[in-house]
Structure formats: structure tokens, C-alpha cells
Design a protein around this ligand. Structure first.
Ligand code: SF4
Length: 270
């Protein structure tokens, strides 16, 4: 069937790629920062804002894990734990309490810490008043997007509120969320996509908890919305496979931990 020059070659095997939601966010923010964060010598460093955001997430994870274990931490326990996380226990819980009220004196970082303390305590207050059972905390998912791509991420909190499953997303960004954010954010879509991939049906509610303002808001995510996330993931995969990785200069470059390396970048050798 095949002539001398037409021997069938082995089909090229494409190694499946695994991208995390964090990869997608970072790649969208700046492809070069994403690439530099992946190299062994220059592991991902965090900006001060990102470190604070991680601590707020850790705090929320701690609170909901206790709730899942059937415990209801008191305000004092919450403040003490937050003090440990933020200040290594150097500031006691009463000072944490006072920090909610005082005006920032040490600039932006204190201002951010205060906002997070206030926001998380508001969340705790609201949660304590709710008739909810915590079903899962920081639940990890790996969703097959195609034969060559998997998307990974986690659902911060799953609650059962009066028989309705609620997926909770924690927003730790210090910029105000716009209507556009609530309509399109990839992380919110991932919650439903991941839940749907395992349970074969969407959860009844997706809720955004804003750790900075302390507010909660329900958003809609349907199967139609999955398409946007899937397309973004596939396009990111294609760009990585083709090494279409370039710097994306922006306002945030001044605080980017990779800016010195980035300044030396002159293109890829191959
Ligand atoms: S300094 Fe700016 S352009 Fe360079 S890697 Fe960082 S975010 Fe990207």
C-alpha cells in the first residue's frame, strides 16, 4: 500500500500538558513572568500584596476546616490565629481588633492588612449566622479539557445551605471588582466546571467572598460560560507549545519580582 518513500511514520505523541488556574492567571497577566516563574533557579516569588492575599486565603481555609470538623471558632480564636499568620504572634488579638479601627499609619501595607482583617472577620460573622454545613475545604480538581490538556485548580469552600450546594470563591485582589469581573472571571467559571465534571450537574450557587471588603455576592455560571474558559486554556496551551512567550509591560512591572531578569530578556535562542 505504501511505496518506498511512503512508509508510515509513527504518529507524533503529544505529551499532555497540565495547567493550573494560577498558571492561566499569571500567563494572562504576563507570559514572560509565567515562564520565569517556572524555571528552577527562579522559583515563583511573591509580591507583598500576593503574600498578604495568600495569608487571607490561609486564614479562611483554617476557619472553614474547623467548621467542617464540627467546631465553631470564637472571634477571639479567629483573631489570635490571624495575628499568628500576619505577625508571627507578635501582635495580640486585642491589637488585631484595634487595627480594624485605626487609620493606617505605616502606609499601604498596613492599610491592606487592616482591610483583610476587617474583611475576614465580617465573613466569619456572616458565616456564624448561617445555617450551613461545610462539605469541603480547598478541594482540588483536575479537569480534562482535551486529549492534550488538563486544567487543575481548587474550590476554596463547598457549603450546603439548606439543601443547596454553594461553591465559594475567595477574592483577595485589592482592586474593586467590576460587573465585568463578576460576569467573566475564569476562577469563578472553573468552580462550576470542576464541580460539574465530577457531579455531572452544576452546583445551585456560586458565591464570591471578597476578603478585602468582607462582602459576599452570588454569581451565575452556566455550561455556556465554560466555553470561554476552555478557549482561553486551549489558546494558552497553543502559545506555550509554540513558545509564543513575551513580556507584557504594564503598571505592575514596578513590583514584579522578575523585573531585573525581564530587563535582560532579548528573545528566545531557538
Ligand atoms: S517586569 Fe513586567 S513585563 Fe517583565 S516579566 Fe514582570 S510583569 Fe512581565
Amino acid at each position: 500500500m505504501f511505496g518506498e518513500n511512503m512508509k508510515p511514520g509513527r504518529p507524533e505523541v503529544i505529551e499532555p500538558m497540565e495547567l493550573s488556574m494560577e498558571d492561566l492567571y499569571l500567563f494572562k497577566q504576563c507570559p514572560l513572568r509565567w515562564r520565569l516563574s517556572k524555571t528552577e533557579l527562579h522559583m515563583r516569588e511573591r509580591t507583598k500584596k500576593e503574600e498578604l492575599a495568600d495569608k487571607a486565603k490561609e486564614m479562611i481555609q483554617w476557619y472553614y476546616t474547623r467548621r467542617m470538623e464540627g467546631l465553631l471558632p470564637s472571634y477571639d480564636q479567629v483573631k489570635r490565629h490571624f495575628s499568628d499568620l500576619l505577625y508571627g504572634g507578635k501582635i495580640d488579638s486585642r491589637q488585631v481588633m484595634r487595627m480594624q479601627r485605626v487609620k493606617p499609619e505605616r502606609g499601604d501595607i498596613v492599610n491592606m492588612e487592616q482591610k483583610l482583617i476587617k474583611g475576614v472577620l465580617e465573613m466569619v460573622g456572616r458565616d456564624r449566622a448561617k445555617e450551613a454545613t461545610v462539605v469541603a475545604v480547598s478541594k482540588k480538581y483536575r479537569v480534562k479539557i482535551s486529549d492534550t490538556l488538563y486544567l487543575t485548580g481548587e474550590i476554596p469552600v463547598v457549603r450546603d445551605v439548606e439543601g443547596q450546594i454553594e461553591l465559594v470563591w475567595v477574592k483577595t485582589s485589592f482592586s474593586d471588582a467590576s460587573e465585568f469581573y463578576y460576569l467573566t472571571d475564569m476562577g469563578l467559571t472553573f468552580l462550576q466546571l470542576a464541580w460539574n465534571s465530577v457531579k455531572k450537574q452544576p452546583a445551585q450557587r456560586v458565591v464570591v467572598f471578597d476578603a478585602v471588603s468582607g462582602k459576599e455576592r452570588a454569581v451565575i455560571r452556566s455550561r455556556e460560560d465554560y466555553k470561554r474558559l476552555v478557549e482561553i486554556a486551549k489558546m494558552t496551551e497553543a502559545m506555550i507549545r509554540q513558545n509564543l512567550i513575551m513580556p507584557r509591560e504594564q503598571k505592575g512591572c514596578n513590583s514584579c519580582p522578575k523585573r531585573m531578569l525581564c530587563a535582560q530578556w532579548k528573545g528566545w535562542k531557538n
